[in-house]
Design a protein around this ligand. Structure first.
Ligand code: 13P
Ligand code: SF4
Length: 304
């Protein structure tokens, strides 16, 4: 990518100068994922990496809730987000006040929040989860019923993998809710040997039509392990297949492509800008951060 080269060089130099690391989600575009990221992963892996990083500065290649999670786990580090408007339809679907109302309505029931939530929400719940560990988190309470927010489809998927009854919020990912089971059935009709892997934020009929469901990291691992000559449908955000194509060259990826407009706000020029002037600092009220940290650390302490 010759057009990207000057940005890549400037970003690598400035990261070294500032003792900064770039933690990039698997949905970052290939030039970020392959050329400037120090660490790439799913939400759980990024949270764990933020917790153990020894850098002075974390640049978040991802959306705002991910940068907040890094700040919550590393309060003494400077966390920069290249575009503060990189949101998430799940995170914006509820607030801390909604959680307080749920507590009144369902007293005594544990509340699990997907990490795709604001610090304000994390501060009010009992524990966080990601799509990689949601079943373990839900079962960790040893009770018959829990509340899960905000992703209805993740909650419904988890409910198929556990005996714990789940009360779900009705939030949806604006990217994954656009996939349909019909679309996937058409792929299978055209090629019965095709393999379909889907993210658990997809609607239930999509997950029912898939051969494998998992977090973005689990999808990548699955694709890397696929046999030579496999044709794989990646049912998730567009950049995933682009990124993993280089890591799983034996696979032909079929790409029904829905783009996350929030993730796509993060670009090389904006990463360079925040490193140049240390702008885009993510601030979380220390009292909220301390309460939110308990929920995130409780999740990280689980064996997953
Ligand atoms: P993962 O935790 O699977 O990376 O998912 C994060 C996300 O926002 C998916 O839409
Ligand atoms: Fe949020 Fe969906 Fe974008 Fe992930 S893909 S950041 S869940 S809107």
């Amino acid at each position: 990518w010759p057009f990207h080269a000057p940005y890549v060089k400037a970003i690598l130099d400035l990261k070294a100068e500032r003792n900064a690391v770039l933690l990039a989600h698997n949905y970052m575009t290939p030039e970020i994922y392959h050329c400037v990221a120090d660490f790439v992963g799913d939400s759980l892996q990024l949270a764990k990496e933020a917790a153990k990083s020894t850098a002075d500065v974390i640049v978040q290649g991802g959306v705002h809730f991910m940068a907040e999670t890094s700040k919550i786990l590393s309060p003494d580090k400077t966390v920069l987000i290249p575009d503060a408007h990189a949101g998430c339809s799940l995170a914006s679907s509820l607030t801390g006040a909604d959680i307080r109302l749920l507590r009144e309505r369902f007293p005594g029931l544990p509340i699990v929040a997907y990490v795709n939530t604001s610090a304000d929400v994390k501060a009010e719940v009992d524990i966080c989860c990601t799509s990689a560990n949601a079943v373990e988190v839900v079962e960790s309470f040893g009770v018959p019923r829990v509340i899960m927010v905000p992703d209805e489809y993740l909650a419904r998927y988890v409910a198929t993998r556990t005996d714990v009854k789940i009360i779900a919020w009705k939030g949806h990912c604006e990217v994954h809710e656009r996939f349909t089971g019909d679309e996937l059935r058409r792929y299978r009709e055209a090629d019965p040997s095709i393999q379909i892997i889907a993210h658990p934020e997809c609607p239930p009929d999509v997950i029912a039509a898939a051969d494998f469901t998992g977090s973005t990291a689990k999808m990548i691992d699955w694709a890397k392990g696929a046999a030579a000559g496999s044709r794989v449908v990646m049912v998730t955000e567009c950049s995933m297949a682009d990124n993993v194509a280089a890591e799983a060259p034996q696979v032909e990826f079929v790409r029904p492509c829905n783009l996350c407009p929030h993730m796509k706000r993060i670009t090389l020029p904006k990463i360079l800008d925040v490193l140049l002037d240390m702008s885009g600092e993510v601030v979380v009220d220390p009292a909220i951060a301390a309460r939110a940290r308990r929920s995130v650390e409780r999740m990280i302490a689980l064996k997953n």
